[in-house]
Design a protein around this ligand. Structure first.
Ligand SMILES: C[S@@+](CC[C@H](N)C(=O)[O-])C[C@H]1O[C@@H](n2cnc3c(N)ncnc32)[C@H](O)[C@@H]1O
Length: 209
C-alpha cells in the first residue's frame, strides 16, 4: 500500500479497498492520509499490516476482484511465490495489476542522463539503484508473462510507463496544459511499439482464469 496513493484514488472513485503493507511507518503515513479524507471514503478503506508474500494469513482465496501490486516487486527477492499468493486471492475473472521496473531497458535512465559508463554496465544486470539509494530488482516482460501463465492469471495486456519522463522529478510543477500534453504523450507511447518496450516501468495486467 505504501502511503496509500493508489488506494485512496480507488476509494475516492467508489471502490472498497484493502491496503496491505508490511512497514509500520508506512502504515502510519497511510493512516494519516486516510484521516484527512471524508468519512464516506474512510469507511471504504481497510488497512492491514502484513507481508504480501503471505496473503493466505490474511485473506480467503478468491476474495478480491482486483489486486494491485504497484512498485513492490522490486523489493521482493523471489517474486514467483508472491505472485502466486496474489493470484490466489483473486476471484475468477479478476485482474492482477503489476507495476514493475523494466529490466529490459535499464540502460535508458543512466544513458539519457549522460552517465554512459553506468548505461553500459546496465546491460549486464537486472538490478538498479532506486531513488532511495537501495539496490533493488527489475523484471523482464517475458519472465513475468511465463510466471503469470503458470499461476493461472495469463497476461491480458501490458503498457509502458514513463517512456519520456523517467528522469523528471516527481515534484516538478507543470502548467495545466503542458501537464495534459505530457500525460497524453506518455499514454500514447505506453500503448505503442516500440516505445513501450523501453519504458522505465511496465504495467502488466493478468486475468485470473
Ligand atoms: C512504492 S510503495 C507502494 C505504493 C503503492 N502501491 C501505490 O501505488 O500507491 C512500496 C511499498 O511496498 C512495501 N513492501 C515491500 N515489500 C513488502 C512485502 N513483502 N509485503 C508488504 N509490503 C511490502 C514497502 O514497505 C513500501 O511501502
Amino acid at each position: 500500500m505504501g502511503r496509500g496513493a493508489q488506494a485512496l484514488r480507488l476509494a475516492r472513485a467508489g471502490h472498497s479497498v484493502t491496503g496491505l503493507e508490511s512497514d509500520a511507518g508506512m502504515l502510519t503515513a497511510a493512516r494519516e492520509s486516510l484521516a484527512s479524507e471524508p468519512e464516506g471514503i474512510r469507511e471504504r478503506v481497510r488497512l492491514v499490516e502484513g507481508d504480501c508474500r503471505e496473503t493466505g494469513v490474511h485473506f480467503l482465496p478468491g476474495s478480491f476482484d482486483v489486486v494491485l501490486c504497484h512498485g513492490v516487486l522490486m523489493y521482493v527477492e523471489e517474486p514467483d511465490p508472491m505472485l502466486a499468493g496474489l493470484a490466489r486471492v483473486l476471484a475468477p475473472g479478476g485482474l492482477l495489476s503489476l507495476l514493475v521496473r523494466n529490466a529490459d531497458a535499464l540502460a535508458m535512465r543512466p544513458g539519457l542522463a549522460g552517465d554512459f559508463g553506468a548505461a553500459l554496465a546496465a546491460f549486464d544486470t537486472a538490478t538498479y539503484t532506486d531513488r532511495l539509494g537501495l539496490t533493488v530488482r527489475a523484471d523482464r516482460l517475458d519472465a513475468l508473462r511465463a510466471t503469470l501463465a503458470g499461476i493461472a492469471a495469463p497476461l491480458h495486456a501490458w503498457y509502458g510507463v514513463r517512456v519520456f519522463t523517467d528522469n523528471v522529478d516527481d515534484d516538478v510543477e507543470l502548467p495545466a496544459d503542458e501537464r495534459e500534453r505530457v500525460l497524453a504523450l506518455e499514454d500514447r507511447a505506453g500503448r505503442t511499439d516500440p516505445y513501450r518496450g523501453v519504458a522505465a516501468l511496465l504495467h502488466l495486467c493478468g486475468v485470473r482464469g
